[in-house]
Design a protein around this ligand. Structure first.
Ligand SMILES: *Cc1c(COP(=O)(O)O)cnc(C)c1O
Length: 415
């Protein structure tokens, strides 16, 4: 623990010294050298919105553009067509705890979320309620509202504590035989609260409902065990902790036995068996391939393949261990340096309940974000009052955390 502050200069030095010692002992510290860093002085605490660019990804993209696109032209589709499934299998194995053939990469998280939610509602026709959380990510809420409106269904909103998030008991309290679908984020985008998917899923299944989890803020940082928790359906982003770049496509997971029972609401040609036969009528491809729709985003897919490879090499256990150390250090510095300056912690204190970022609540969080950016610290603001520090274990150092919190201290102390 840091000693109580005597005067601020000394405390800053002490925090930096501690940070440097933690960095020196960090088994993942060398991974940072494998990312393109233009400005080494920039403190980047937003890898949970857009992860940094791995050098391997830059090189792979260059090769995909110059050799495959420019060189092979249309002939490259002979091997490109394998990418959605191959990259899905890598995600299943190294990131999601799912089996081969249960994950495929396509489209955006929003579109995948719509596709799987609609399929789940079709499979529970007659039930009239969708359960989700008011603090859930906006796109999930909006898509569910749209589906409810189109089908005459109701949304049962959970309104949990904003820091702690919904518990299994909160969900159980609203479950009955009218609930078709329960959909929550694994790690909340604002507070980083981790939802107990295993317990919530068990309750939902006991009531006969299907579950759809959004893993955007856990994929690549918190180990997910989709097989172990008996998950039905899941989606998530690849451009956050998986570092696949802006607009890289998203993944969708459909448990093996549900792939034939459920039906995609988007009957595109890439999901038809024998894509290029151009035949009449849509007949689903076997297995997960039926859940593709249109032409895959090849450049994004190769970037995901490299991003997953880096995560697999570092290992999710080591990534999670460093993530807990980073967020715990941020919480400790928050308590020590920002106490009495109008802030409060917007993330759970128990590291077991907290994902990869730390939210600091402050009435002037929006201005704070802009002032920090001017001081070379990139964090982000989330309505209504949260400054979000995204700590990405492969690229964020403990020194980044110390410098980031110190910059917040300087701005708040100056009023
Ligand atoms: C980032 C994020 C998304 C983004 O979805 P897109 O379709 O890629 O814009 C969705 N859900 C959650 C929980 C997120 O954190």
């Amino acid at each position: 623990m840091l000693r109580p502050m005597t005067h601020s200069g000394r405390s800053t030095d002490e925090a930096l010294e501690r940070a440097r010692a933690l960095d020196a002992a960090d088994p993942l510290r060398r991974f940072r050298e494998r990312f393109v860093v233009h400005n080494p002085d920039l403190v980047y605490l937003d890898g949970n919105s857009l992860g940094r660019l791995p050098m391997a990804t830059r090189d792979r993209l260059r090769s995909a553009v110059e050799n495959e696109w420019a060189g092979e032209l249309i002939g490259a589709w002979d091997h490109w067509v394998e990418l959605p499934g191959r990259v899905g299998d890598a995600l299943a194995r190294d990131v999601l705890g799912a089996a081969e053939g249960e994950v495929v990469v396509a489209d955006s998280t929003t579109v995948n979320f719509y596709r799987l939610a609609a399929a789940a509602l079709d499979a529970r026709r007659g039930r009239r309620v969708i359960v989700t959380d008011r603090a859930n990510f906006p796109t999930d809420r909006y898509v569910l509202e749209g589906l409810a409106r189109a089908r005459g269904l109701a949304i049962q909103w959970l309104d949990p504590d904003p820091v702690r998030g919904p518990s299994a008991d909160d969900v159980a309290a609203v479950l009955d035989e009218d609930v078709a679908l329960v959909s929550l984020s694994h790690v909340n985008y604002r507070s980083a609260a981790i939802a107990d998917l295993a317990a919530i899923g068990e309750r939902a299944h006991a009531a006969g409902a299907l579950t759809l989890w959004d893993l955007s803020h856990s994929a690549g940082i918190v180990a997910v065990d989709l097989a172990g928790i008996g998950a039905d359906l899941a989606v998530g982003c690849t451009y956050k902790y998986l570092n696949a770049g802006p607009g890289a496509p998203a993944f969708q997971y459909i448990r093996r036995d549900l792939q034939d029972e459920l039906r995609t609401p988007i009957q595109g040609w890439f999901g038809r068996h024998d894509v290029f036969s151009m035949g009449q009528g849509w007949e689903p491809a076997a297995g997960i391939a039926a859940w593709l729709a249109g032409t895959p985003a090849i450049l994004g897919l190769v970037a995901i393949e490299e991003g997953v490879r880096l995560v697999a090499e570092a290992g999710l256990a080591r990534i999670r261990a460093k993530s807990i150390a980073l967020t715990s250090f941020a919480v400790e510095l928050h308590d020590h340096r920002l106490a009495g300056l109008g802030s409060s912690l917007g993330s759970p204190r128990d590291p077991g309940q907290r994902g990869g970022h730390v939210s600091i609540r402050h009435a002037r969080a929006r201005d704070l974000r802009a002032l920090l950016a001017a001081a070379g610290v990139i964090a982000d603001f989330r309505e209504p009052d949260s400054l979000r520090l995204g700590l990405s274990p492969l690229t964020t150092s403990f020194e980044d955390v110390a410098r980031g919190v110190e910059a917040i201290h300087v701005i708040l102390a100056a009023g």
